[in-house]
Design a protein around this ligand. Structure first.
Ligand SMILES: O=P(O)(O)OC[C@@H](O)[C@H]1O[C@@H](OP(=O)(O)O)[C@@H](O)[C@@H](O)[C@@H]1O
Ligand SMILES: [Mg+2]
Ligand SMILES: [Zn+2]
Length: 189
């Protein structure tokens, strides 16, 4: 049974895989960062639950289909499984900024979807890892610890500086996982 205290929710573009200002529009353009897949698998192997919460307005904009998005997520799941881990749930928002949905980050709809899919009462105490402020803003009302990574748009986000006073900042996902698993080994930290 997943516990929120051992749950990591990952933004996708700019955290797991390279992002692009022109959107990640095809399976070929979906390229994981070195070490990201292994980092996810290490979390799983250590008994953590991993979920993904991603905005995919490229669908509403007509840049790619949900079938292409599904192929990217099948690839992600397969690579993580090959590394000995698993992804418990992938929640995505296919809507555009003006569609008035409740799931486009910074709104909390994707995280609520993850909470329900995992059968959790609360996400309080889990970790939300993103490269954009909106990722961290989506997690904070749900009680997630905010984590910014400098990959993707993270460096730009850090330079802007706003809204990050509660966030821990790491160079990349693998560095965050190194820290998380090391502090976990020190009881009471
Ligand atoms: O980082 P996550 O949430 O996994 O995915 C972000 C992507 O959906 C795209 O989100 C877009 O933002 P707009 O949706 O156009 O505001 C832009 O930032 C793109 O560069 C980016 O690839
Ligand atoms: Mg991102
Ligand atoms: Zn949405």
């Amino acid at each position: 049974m997943p516990q929120p205290s051992k749950l990591v929710i990952l933004d996708r573009d700019g955290v797991i895989n390279h992002d692009s200002d022109a959107y990640v529009k095809s399976l070929d353009e979906w390229v994981p960062y070195p070490g990201a897949i292994e980092a996810i698998a290490r979390l799983s192997r250590a008994g953590w639950t991993v979920a993904v919460a991603t905005n995919q307005s490229g669908i509403a904009r007509g840049y790619y289909s949900e079938a292409v998005l599904d192929a990217m997520h099948r690839r992600l799941r397969h690579l993580v499984q090959q590394a000995g881990g698993e992804i418990a749930h992938i929640a995505y928002c296919p809507h555009g900024p003006n569609d008035g949905c409740d799931c486009r980050k910074p709104l909390t709809g994707l995280l609520e979807q993850i909470r329900q899919a995992l059968g959790l009462e609360t996400l309080a105490g889990s970790w939300m890892v993103g490269d954009s402020l909106r990722d961290l803003q989506a997690g904070q009302p749900m009680g997630c610890h905010p984590v910014l990574v400098r990959t993707g748009k993270g460096h730009r986000t850090e330079e802007k500086g706003e809204g990050l006073d509660q966030a821990r900042v790491f160079d990349d996902l693998a560095t965050f996982v190194d820290w998380l698993l090391s502090t976990e080994q020190v009881p009471g930290r």
